[in-house]
Design a protein around this ligand. Structure first.
Ligand code: BYC
Ligand code: FE
Ligand code: FE
Length: 475
């Protein structure tokens, strides 16, 4: 079904046929806009931004591009097309028809997941609230705003489900999604990573690489859900998500490229010499990767989780690509082997039911996906003739959730003493001096086609336009 843009809230869910729901969402809309004005990239409200907007939900040409002032962006409700006769793909009800309504017994579990998902979307906009002021180029500024408006739309996607399927509770949750704020002492966002500040562009690239990728895996597993409206919502969100991860992967790749150019000119990889030229030394980049990777790993929840087991059993949340990647969709008797700390400084092996280990299954798939970018960046470094390699730390490193929470380990995942851990953190994570140095590089560049000195230009522009296109017209 095509998207109806003649409505106050663009949608492809026939909203005008359900007056009560339409009114409820139209009541929430000004609250969303107030939130956007206050917490979003509000200093750029009058800028013309070259944005893509969804015009359909099919694979061919779903997007149209044009200059938009962000407060006028048409946030709406877009579900991927229904799959005729879709069946439940996993768990105890495998093979039964999917649900168009939430079964009463699963209501609170669904609500919790949809609220958690919804909470991350506005959180990321809040985290990136001030980044526009230090953009390295108009191209990057445009990408930031594209990501921001789409995260705003992802909030709409979850609020639609809350309003349409959870009655009064859902409407209250929708209000709460605008009342919690990233980093707020009293009302923080739900998940840890979404309360971390993103105050420089290196963090933004790491966040879109690592944290939006958690989004990809969570959305993929919710896209398998037996609750069909949720599955269809997430399937469409995934088409937008690809660009967010592209911004991260190419962003880090451009940082590496620029640093290698400077190292070549200098004939040296000496950190002080490299920094004197105003670029990001590779060990510093590594510490940023360590920070955002370890933080994002926590977003998958505990290795052993009864929540995950019951979500799988009841068909609420599957594994990414459940149909194509797995043979056994029921996992009634399968087990999973885990290595966990034994509490005495050593390790022990635990055999748990596979259903209880679903968070870990997801996390493993995520880690493999994260490796792809590292391979590419290391290829650049190798081609430039350097021995340095970027590396993902062990999944045990600096964990705050699960079996490894608060167990001090080094980057290889070896358990170390608390004292050694504290002492070596400056080797492993960005130090205040690192952050101050990165901050000193964040000088705003807004001449069309120009690029800050710490990042190489991208290979190509947006939608086949040149790099010197004025992607954001500031006024
Ligand atoms: N921080 O059984 P457990 C995205 C909580 S990113 C704080 O271990 P479960 C995006 C957990 O909520 C994708 N708390 O885990 C990216 C639970 O609390 P309650 C977002 C945490 O429930 C960039 C308790 O610990 N989507 O879209 O199996 C930009 C025990 O939970 C954390 C989703 O996450 C943490 N890191 O799984 C924009 C999907 N981790 O309820 C957007 C929806 C866990 O006992 N959420 N806890 O108070 C879920 O599927 C699950 O809730 C989780 C946790 C995977 C998060
Ligand atoms: Fe999102
Ligand atoms: Fe995203």
């Amino acid at each position: 079904m095509s998207i109806d843009y003649s409505q106050k809230i663009p949608n492809n869910v026939n909203l005008s046929n359900d007056r009560t729901l339409q009114r409820a969402l139209e009541h929430w809309q000004p609250h969303f806009l107030d939130w956007w004005r206050e917490m979003g990239p509000n200093d750029f409200a009058s800028a013309d931004v070259y944005l893509r907007t969804a015009t359909g939900v099919d694979a061919q040409g779903w997007a149209s591009y044009g200059a938009v002032k962000m407060p006028d962006y048409r946030w709406g409700i877009f579900l991927a097309d229904a799959i005729p006769d879709r069946r439940i793909g996993f768990g105890d009800s495998f093979g039964e028809p999917v649900w168009q309504q939430v079964p009463g017994e699963y209501r609170s579990q669904f609500r919790r997941l949809i609220v958690t998902q919804g909470d991350t979307e506005p959180a990321s906009v809040e985290q990136q609230h001030l980044l526009g002021h230090t953009c390295p180029s108009l191209y990057d500024l445009r990408n930031l705003f594209q990501v921001n408006v789409e995260e705003g739309r992802h909030l709409w996607a979850m609020v639609y489900l809350l309003h349409a399927h959870f009655g009064r509770d859902g409407r209250e949750e929708a209000e709460e999604l605008l009342a919690r704020h990233s980093g707020d002492a009293d009302k923080p966002r739900i998940l840890g990573t979404f309360n971390e500040p993103i105050s420089d562009w290196l963090s933004f690239y790491c966040f879109t690489y690592f944290t939006d990728r958690d989004g990809k895996f969570q959305l993929k597993s919710l896209a398998e859900s037996s609750f069909d409206p949720l599955a269809r919502t997430c399937r469409f969100m995934l088409t937008e998500e690809a660009h967010h991860m592209f911004v991260g992967e190419t962003g880090i790749g451009r940082v590496v490229k620029r640093t290698l150019e400077v190292m070549k000119e200098l004939g040296s990889d000496d950190v002080q010499a490299v920094r004197a030229q105003g670029v990001v030394d590779l060990p510093l980049l590594q510490r940023y990767l360590n920070f955002w990777f370890s933080s994002s790993l926590d977003l998958f929840g505990s290795e052993v989780s009864s929540n995950a087991a019951s979500s799988f059993a009841s068909g609420i949340k599957g594994r990414p690509d459940e149909t194509t990647q797995y043979q056994d969709h029921v996992c009634a008797d399968a087990t999973y082997e885990l290595q966990v700390p034994d509490g005495k400084g050593g390790l022990q092996t635990e055999n748990v039911s596979l259903r209880n280990a679903m968070n870990e299954v997801l996390r493993e798939a995520y880690v493999r996906d994260c490796e792809i970018g590292l391979k590419r960046w290391n290829m650049q470094i190798q081609k430039a003739g350097h021995a340095f390699r970027l590396k993902l730390p062990s999944t045990r490193f600096r964990r705050g959730i699960g079996a490894w929470a608060n167990v001090p380990t080094d980057l290889e995942g070896r358990i170390v003493s608390r004292e050694e851990y504290e002492r070596r953190l400056a080797e492993w994570l960005p130090t205040p001096a690192d952050r101050a140095y990165v901050q000193s590089l964040m000088q705003r560049v807004t001449a069309p086609g120009k690029m800050a000195g710490w990042v190489a230009p991208p290979d190509r522009g947006i939608n086949n336009l040149g790099l010197d296109y004025e992607y954001v017209r500031l006024s």
